[in-house]
Write a protein that binds this ligand. Sequence first.
Ligand code: SAH
Ligand code: SF4
Length: 372
Amino acid sequence: MRLMTEQNPLTSPDKLQLPAIQLPQLKALMTAWGKPTFRAKQIIDWCNKGILKPDEMKNIPGDVRDKLSNETLCEPLTLIRRECSQDGTRKYVFALKRGRFAGKMVESVFIPEEKRGTVCISSQVGCVLDCPFCHTGTQGFEANLSAGEIIAQVLAIKADLRNEPLTAQNSDGEALHSDITHIVYMGMGEPMANETSVHESILLLMDEEKLNISRRRITVSTSGLTPQIERLGDVHPVNLAISLHSAIDEKRNTLVPINRKHPLQDLRQCLNAYPVGKQRHITLEYVLLKGINDQSEDLDALIQFVNPERERVNLIQFNVFPGSPYNGSSKQHMREFAQQLISKGIRATVRRSRGDDIMAACGQLKANTKAD
Ligand code: SAH
Ligand code: SF4
């Protein structure tokens, strides 16, 4: 039985985090506390509903609740603020509670559509990388999230959606999905630079006793750390999205500076080797920046780069943030760019921007002060 050493309350100042405990570990904890092991399943069931406060776990006796409160970190995040967009998108700002990281903030977003509800989660406070078109990138790096903190975002949103279901509808008056069906690691941070916690969190998301989310409904977005992508493919071949943004090395060196370390040729080999299931694709994300990566040479390079059998291009509208040094291409230009790709047999979509009235759209997440 492995009680994660890093978080074991007996060996580390960091407490074991309740959302990151799997059933066998919780059973072992119950046995160590002299309690019946069936309590473990009851506690996990509460957690799966998003209820992490022992006081609210009605069928758990007081002494077990006290032990949970004293010996584990039950709620690794505090909800600081929730903002609701007119389109139903909800943005959540959470503060960490752990040791020297207490008070640092991360953001998560719930994006409802007609047939799915997607949670966009953060993996770091700030980001280790510094792509100049990204608000998170301008914040600098502050902390890696633990697996418990990653999962706690999903659980808190689950609880919120149950307490207050969505009322928003789409423009045709259809109801939007009010539960979580998909997870994307597209919030703050570079997931592949926080590999251990991200792998552990994927396991917890997929665990049948816990959230039981299929790996086909989990997407990791990365700027292209190739060794880590290879390991992800070996261990947890979830859906992969790559922040490409240019298929020309000189331009990508500026837009996605990790390209200097892992240039397009390496990325190409890595993508060729990544396991992709039948009917599935790797997504290449491409933010269109006016006059920067939206010219004909950019289009030609992109057409050359993409493997249409295994990859599709998702064109993203640039989301402006205060002080951002770029302008987005016009909607018309984006449509034309997409059409050109499609005419070459490449699957290309233009991503609808969601929640930009509450700064919840891609690349707009940045939460480092309580006032912002
Ligand atoms: N670090 C990871 C995941 C977080 S960023 C990555 O880079 O993939 C999630 C997505 O938002 C990425 O595709 C990123 O390129 C995009 N993004 C960042 N800033 C943006 C902006 N200002 N407008 C639109 N998309 C942006
Ligand atoms: Fe980090 Fe992704 Fe933003 Fe680049 S785009 S700075 S990798 S969060």
